[in-house]
Ligand binder design. Structure first.
Ligand code: GRF
Length: 205
């Protein structure tokens, strides 16, 4: 299974996916890293891991159309079968969602459908979770549709919230879980153990 990874930042999830492939835990090949930021830390990981990386951002193009066509051409050029969004902060153009329907996954650092949507990223998510008084948070891997953080949920895992948790400690607990469940979700896809029933997705043994 050929996976293209999209990332905007440091790339620790990208690294966990690459490591799972290298250890033989994930039967897949990471064919390219696509970033919208030239300075994304994920690009250093790609270089170290000898994975091609491509910088594509909307402002390199005259129109939305040209931009999404270029993204699509790049994905095809690398024979992309699946897409993993790993801390990618831009919306995926609708044309690409259509072309790769149920073949794009995203990871979110909270238990969707709570604490998701536009503007809910990074520390904003953990701040909102802590402010809510909830006693658990967690990570969610879900399919991507046309709206932020909305498609069918594939895997979730909880972490407990303690009285003395801060944004930093909560983010660290959630990130640890992210690094486990994202490779597992991709493995289930690679092994064709995923079924989609309307708005729900299930992993079968
Ligand atoms: C993660 O918390 C992920 O859930 C969110 O963005 C963050 C990316 O972190 N979508 P990293 O770049 O993978 O380290």
């Amino acid at each position: 299974m050929n996976i293209s990874v999209f990332a905007s930042g440091r790339g620790s999830n990208f690294q966990s996916i690459v490591s799972a492939c290298k250890k033989g835990e994930l039967p897949a090949r990471i064919v390219v890293l696509i970033t919208n930021r030239a300075d994304a830390g994920a690009r250093d990981i790609a270089m170290k891991e000898q994975i091609p990386s491509v910088h594509i951002s909307r402002n390199q193009f005259a129109s939305d159309d040209e931009y999404s066509r270029h993204l699509l051409t790049t994905l095809k050029q690398y024979n992309t079968e699946y897409i993993a969004l790993a801390g990618y902060l831009k919306k995926i153009p609708a044309e690409i969602v259509r072309e790769y329907r149920y073949r794009i996954l995203n990871i979110h650092p909270a238990l969707l459908p709570l604490f998701g949507g536009s503007g809910m990223y990074g520390h904003h998510v953990h701040e909102a979770v802590l402010a809510s008084g909830m006693k658990v948070s967690g990570a969610t891997v879900h399919f991507v549709d046309e709206e932020y953080d909305r498609g069918p949920i594939l895997i979730q895992q909880c972490v407990p919230i303690d009285r003395n948790d801060s944004v930093k400690t909560l983010a660290a607990k959630v990130l640890k879980v992210e690094h486990t469940i994202y490779p597992l979700a991709l493995k289930a896809l690679a092994e064709q153990r995923v079924i989609i029933e309307g708005t729900k997705a299930w992993i079968i043994d």
